[in-house]
Each structure stands twice: as structure tokens, then as C-alpha cells.
Design a protein around this ligand. Structure first.
Ligand code: FMN
Length: 184
């Protein structure tokens, strides 16, 4: 069965740099692995999240997305920086993810922000959140500021190289291990 890559965007905007970035990472991994991809925007789910108190009383649309995330082979998560952290929407969604479901799961971390000051949001906020879940966060996180994105493209060779590094790590994380490695 094809591996499943699931992107989750914590942006509140319908036209979102974060969503485009996640899409780019997921598509690049798909090209090299043949995996299936879907990138999910959380903002249409905001009304369901606002009224949810537990998994039992949740709208079916929201339950379905939670299950999709919990069973993905690779998660590509991303959020705009809001006040130095991920958005409340992003956290609200992950508050309902089963605490055991992401154990050992490969997670690529991305974020966008207005400037460079909050690039470490990935290390200080996102990585610890997925540490709580015991997920296997990929070593390279990718942060893009408004300056890095021109006409929807990453306009900076250093940044492009970093993005390629993240994609390489993501590909390795979901490709089957070679036979000799499985035998050890
Ligand atoms: C309420 C709010 C708070 C923000 N706080 C920050 C911030 O603390 N640091 C930062 O670099 N950018 C901040 N920004 C800018 C966004 O992170 C930035 O524009 C982001 O790329 C938007 O992503 P999106 O297009 O995916 O929604 C903030 C924007 C909003 C609307």
C-alpha cells in the first residue's frame, strides 16, 4: 500500500504561505517516493474545534481529519508564527490528537513569519509539542519569513538548500529500510 503523507496547516487564512510551503514539501517527497499526499487546512474546521469538548461529541468532519493525521506515515506540519508561537488553532487541533498515536511517527516541522526574529519558534515551540507525542521530528526544521518568499517561491539559495535537506530527511523517513538494515 502507498505511504500516506499528510500536511496540516495551522494558518487562519484561505490564501496561506504556510499552506503553500507544506504543499511544496509534501509534493517533493511524493515525487521521490510515490506516496499519496493530502494537505489539510485547519481554518475551515475552526467552528467545529470551537465547540468540541471531547472526541465523543465532535463533528464527524473533525473526527475524520484527526484519524487521517493519526494514521499518516509522514506528517508535514506548519503554522504561521502568531505572537512568537504556533497559532491557537494549531494547538487546539493537536489537543484532540490521541497522545499515543504519533509515537515514533515522522514529522517534518515548518513555519512562516513576518520577519526573522521568530525563526526559532520551530525549535522552542513546535518541536517540544511533538516531543510530547513521542514523535520522530526530523532534524531540519524550515522557517520562511515574508522576505524569503517572492511570487510564491523561496527566493534565497541558502533557504532552498535547507528546504532540500528537510525533503531528503523526509524521504529517508518514509522509504522502506534496505534488507540488511531490517535484519539487524
Ligand atoms: C495575529 C498575528 C500575529 C502575528 N505574530 C507574528 C509574530 O509574532 N512573529 C512574526 O514573525 N510574524 C507574526 N505574524 C505574521 C505572520 O506569521 C506571517 O504573515 C505568516 O507568514 C502568515 O502565514 P499565512 O499566510 O500562512 O497565514 C503575525 C500575524 C498575525 C495575523
Amino acid at each position: 500500500m502507498a505511504k500516506q503523507i499528510v500536511g496540516i496547516s495551522g494558518s487562519l487564512s484561505a490564501v496561506s504561505k504556510t499552506h503553500a510551503l507544506i504543499d511544496r514539501v509534501a509534493s517533493a517527497v511524493k515525487r521521490s517516493t510515490g506516496a499519496q499526499t493530502q494537505v489539510i487546512a485547519l481554518h475551515p474546521l475552526a467552528p467545529f474545534l470551537a465547540t468540541a469538548r471531547s472526541r465523543d461529541d465532535m463533528a464527524p468532519e473533525l473526527k475524520a481529519v484527526l484519524r487521517t493525521v493519526e494514521t499518516a506515515d509522514l506528517l508535514v506540519v506548519g503554522s504561521p508564527v502568531y505572537k512568537g508561537s504556533y497559532t491557537g488553532l494549531f494547538k487546539y487541533f493537536f489537543d484532540f490528537v490521541d497522545p499515543a498515536a504519533l509515537q515514533g511517527r515522522a514529522v517534518a516541522l515548518t513555519a512562516t513569519g513576518g520577519g526573522d526574529r521568530h525563526a526559532l519558534m520551530i525549535e522552542h515551540q513546535l518541536r517540544p509539542l511533538f516531543g510530547f507525542f513521542g514523535a520522530h521530528t526530523l532534524p531540519t526544521g524550515f522557517y520562511a519569513s515574508d522576505r524569503d518568499i517572492v511570487d510564491g517561491q523561496i527566493d534565497n539559495p541558502v533557504q532552498r538548500a535547507r528546504l532540500e535537506q528537510l525533503v531528503t530527511e523526509a524521504i529517508s523517513a518514509i522509504l522502506p529500510l534496505p534488507v540488511y538494515a531490517q535484519a539487524v
